[in-house]
Every structure is written in C-alpha cells, then in structure tokens.
Design a protein around this ligand. Structure first.
Ligand code: FE2
Ligand code: FE2
Length: 170
C-alpha cells in the first residue's frame, strides 16, 4: 500500500498539474484572441503536457494501491499585461511546481518510500527542462525589447526541442 502521507502529497500534485493545464489553456486562449497563433500553439501543447503529468500521477497513485482524487481547479487569470509578463508568470509557476516536486521527494525520504522517490525522478528532470524552456523564451523576449512580436510568434514552436515530447513520455 502507498504510504498515506505520500499519497496525500501526490494527490496535492494532481491538483497542481491540473491547474497548470488550465493555466496554460487560459493563456493559450488569450494569445489566440490577441492574434498570436504561434504563442497560442506553444501554450496549447504545454497545456496538453500538463494534463499528461496529472494523468501520470493519477495512474501511479491507483496502481500503488492508493486512491487518486480529481479536485476542482480554480480559475486562472483571464488577462495579461503583455506577452513578457505572461511568460514571467510561466517561469514563476514552473519554479513553484519544481519546489512542490522537491517537497514530495522529501516526504518520500521521510517515509522511506524509495520506490516513489525513484519514480518522481522523471518529474525532477522534467522540471529542469520546463524552467529552462521558460527562461529561454524570456531571454528572447528581453532581446526583442519593444520590437515586433511577429517573428517571435512565428518562431516560438521551434524553441521546443522535441514537440509533443510530453505526450510520448510515459
Ligand atoms: Fe507539469
Ligand atoms: Fe510544467
């Protein structure tokens, strides 16, 4: 049986990944309405990946004899001051998620659940990638300054090392 404290921490992460998916979906919709299809596409793909992260957690909890609970997700911000401030929000959110994953690893160590700790390594590595991606995008936006977002919007998908990678991972 899955340790109760580990199960609780994993279920809290289900909520965080599900919220991440809603957050990026909301950002995608905002970018689409603003006439930035490339940025919207990047965020739609990101939203799908976050849903897959949530599914991974749900399946693991259930396979290990726990009970995954799908929570309500709070409503994300509807508007953004600028594309840059939106991506600053993405980076901040990913840093929050990384800290949260680290906290679960700590619970696993306290509870001597080395199986789950080992399984969580995929998320640890994923978060390194997620933070790097967000930082690279912010670097580009800083270089762009007040310049036109047209080329950035056209090229943003090429910043994905491996489009749809999250979907293939299991
Ligand atoms: Fe995630
Ligand atoms: Fe993420």
């Amino acid at each position: 049986m899955l340790n109760k404290n580990v199960e609780k921490a994993l279920n809290e992460q289900v909520e965080k990944e599900g919220y991440s998916s809603s957050l990026y979906l909301s950002m995608a919709s905002w970018a689409e309405v603003k006439g930035m299809p490339g940025i919207a596409e990047w965020l739609y793909v990101q939203s799908d990946e976050e849903r897959i992260h949530m599914l991974k957690l749900i399946k693991f909890i259930n396979e290990r004899g726990g009970k995954a609970v799908v929570p309500a997700f709070r409503q994300p911000e509807k508007d953004h001051k600028s594309v840059k401030s939106m991506f600053e929000g993405v980076l901040k959110h990913e840093q929050f998620i990384s800290a949260s994953i680290n906290d679960i690893v700590a619970v696993c160590i306290t509870e001597k659940d080395y199986t789950t700790q080992n399984w969580l390594q995929w998320f640890v590595n994923e978060q390194i990638e997620e933070e790097t991606n967000a930082m690279q995008i912010l670097d580009r936006l800083t270089l762009l300054g007040d310049g036109s977002l047209y080329l950035f919007d056209r090229d943003i998908m090429s910043l994905r090392a491996n489009p749809g990678e999250g979907a293939a991972a299991s």
